[in-house]
Design a protein around this ligand. Structure first.
Ligand code: SF4
Length: 116
């Protein structure tokens, strides 16, 4: 099996060509070793930052932006969006305030990204 990925580890954005087993991929097109690690992670345990908004009351705005404070395994992305959709906070909030803690026991929090 052969597939292609764009490495997003740095702004170079190398186009990776991948073959071999997912746990031991043969990677071509990478300009450094981090591209190999990125390809392996993408094939075996892809992770993503999640950005969204939650409802806020008591101020002039109705929503406030939030994001995960670290990348979370992609398999949780729909479940975490459901949790985020159920959150409502009270104004004022500060950047970094935690609105969801340790989601799915991953150690990842969802935090506010703007003072509001
Ligand atoms: S392979 Fe290395 S140089 Fe290329 S995008 Fe990834 S981290 Fe950057």
């Amino acid at each position: 099996m052969k597939s292609e990925l764009i490495c997003i580890t740095c702004p170079m954005g190398c186009r990776l060509s991948i073959s071999g087993r997912p746990d031991e991929p043969i990677v071509e097109g990478n300009k450094c070793k981090r591209g190999i690690a990125y390809a392996k992670d993408e094939l075996t345990n892809p992770i993503r930052m999640i950005c969204s908004t939650v409802k806020i009351s008591g101020g002039i705005h109705t929503i406030v932006p939030v994001k995960t404070d670290r990348a979370i395994p992609e398999k949780y992305k729909f479940q975490i969006m459901k949790l985020i959709n159920g959150v409502e906070v009270q104004s004022p909030v500060e950047m970094g305030d935690v609105v969801l803690e340790n989601v799915f026991d991953t150690g990842v929090n969802v935090v506010v990204t703007r003072n509001m």
